[in-house]
Design a protein around this ligand. Structure first.
Ligand code: ATP
Length: 453
């Protein structure tokens, strides 16, 4: 259960996200669409930094992984074979008192009696299976033969292209195929801001291996993925690897871990790391009649590989990054009086804007010209922001609130007016310590690149 201060913290985060352009309600002017969100100018940068970093460590920095980008709509046969059409459902109940539609596993249990979490009502319907896939029709006729679904996960396209990718990439086991893309689930109860949405993005890797090595790779990927979260700024102490009990696992899984994070609204899943055995490829081979086997040139044997799947949610991780970064501390205002400062302490690697550039005064042509020169110098290498309006302290504060890790100020010393030795130097301000150092413009690029790499 979250404490009042946790829910207040969450409210502040949601309001900051809107106020500064990280996340907006989808279709807001029409009253919104439950479970759907739009990312604004800063949100889209944060999300892109996360996806790019995932791609970098999961694909570019590895010999044994290649990428793909599959379509969202696929042949309905895919969802029959994968089991989604029959079993991808949550148990749903209706509260007869307040008419709320609820997930049966999220009811409140008071001394063995199930209650509605909204109104406390006990008059509930029996649970019935509710399929989470969005149904749609392909082509001009809306009948049984044209039905398909928006994909509820990205993984299936990887299984379907396993053979093509094996041939073109000439990889040998163990190797993986990675994909980032949208997924859709008609969640019964979207909630906790973007945490449980109806449209979201996943970053998935299917890592194919020999059956006898499945458990080894499960442990390996769990550890790699925990390191990943640390490298984007989520401390290990707030991450939890939960071994999913056998009775909760899919029947074909030989082991699943949930990587959880302590959100302000409780400990919740960021990613599942599952050893799915040879279930998916076997199902598709059976249903399509096409071989999805791997030929081992050394032993001359053919077999269906096993697979370990780390499956992460982009939106959930973005939300975790924002929650983790959000802080309030104290900083002096213009007159030196201490005031509360809101700051997003993003890891520089994730920060939407890496560096803000400020001329000390906007009506001094030389300061402005120099500041614009610095913007031109940095812009090809990183996302920078130029701001000349308002008192310098206020400009710093605006950047603190959106998590910009570095601020460069061009002052009269930069122009060499006070001390020739300081000509062509600027102050570099650190968001977290608020400390300033004097650095040469010539060294700025390298210094910043190192810190945001
Ligand atoms: P949950 O139990 O929270 O519904 P899940 O176990 O069904 O999640 P998976 O099917 O393992 O989730 O999906 C892999 C990842 O995709 C999740 O760890 C999560 O990060 C993301 N994800 C799944 N459903 C949603 C959703 N409705 N909104 C946002 N992200 C989601």
């Amino acid at each position: 259960m979250s404490t009042p201060s946790d829910s207040q913290r969450m409210e502040k985060i949601v309001s900051l996200c809107k106020r500064r352009g990280f996340i907006f309600q989808s279709s807001e002017i029409y009253g919104g669409l439950n479970g759907c969100w739009d990312y604004g100018p800063l949100g889209v940068e944060l999300k892109r930094n996360l996806k790019n970093y995932w791609w970098r460590v999961m694909v570019h920095e590895r010999e044994d992984v290649v990428g793909m980008d599959g379509s969202i709509l696929m042949n309905r046969a895919v969802w029959k074979a994968s089991g989604h059409e029959d079993t991808f459902s949550d148990p749903m109940v209706d509260c007869r008192s307040c008419k709320a539609r609820l997930r049966a596993d999220q009811l409140v249990d008071k001394k063995g009696v199930k209650q509605c979490p909204n109104c406390g009502g006990k008059d509930l319907t029996e649970p019935r299976a509710f399929n989470l896939m969005f149904k749609t029709y392909v082509g001009a006729t809306e009948d049984e033969s044209s039905i398909t679904y928006l994909r509820p996960e990205t993984a299936q396209a990887i299984f379907l292209q396993f053979k093509n990718i094996l041939e073109v990439s000439r990889k040998k086991l163990p190797f993986g195929i990675a994909q980032i893309g949208k997924a859709f689930r008609n969640e019964i109860n979207p909630r906790n801001f973007t945490f449980r949405s109806r449209e979201f993005e996943q970053m998935e890797l299917e890592y194919f291996c020999r059956a006898e090595e499945g458990m080894k790779w499960l442990d390996y990927w769990l550890e790699e993925r925990l390191k990943f979260y640390e490298n984007v700024g989520i401390p290990r102490a707030k991450l939890h690897a939960r071994k999913v009990p056998d009775e909760e696992c899919a029947f074909y899984s030989k082991g699943t871990y949930d990587i959880e994070y302590d959100f302000p609204f409780g400990r919740q899943e960021l990613e599942g790391v599952a050893y799915r055995t040879d279930y998916d490829l076997s199902q598709h081979q059976k249903a399509s009649g096409k071989s999805l086997e791997y030929f081992d040139e050394e032993t001359k044997q053919k077999f269906i590989p096993h697979v370990v799947e780390p499956s992460a949610g982009v939106d959930r991780t973005v939300l975790a990054l924002i929650c983790e970064a959000y802080a309030e501390d104290e900083a002096p205002d213009e007159k030196g009086k201490m005031e509360t400062r809101t700051v997003l302490r993003f890891h520089p690697r994730m920060a939407p804007i890496k560096c803000a550039v400020f001329p000390l005064l906007k009506n001094k042509e030389q300061l402005v010209a120099k500041a614009k020169e610095i913007v031109d110098l940095l812009r090809p290498h990183m996302n920078v922001f130029y701001d000349e309006s308002g008192a310098i302290g206020r400009r710093y504060r605006r950047q603190d609130e959106i998590g910009t890790p570095f601020g460069v100020t061009i002052d009269f010393e930069t122009l060499g007016e006070k001390d020739r030795q300081l000509q062509d130097t600027v102050t570099l301000r650190d968001r977290d310590s608020m400390k300033q150092e004097r650095v040469k413009i010539l060294d700025l690029m390298q210094l910043l690149s190192q810190r945001i790499a």
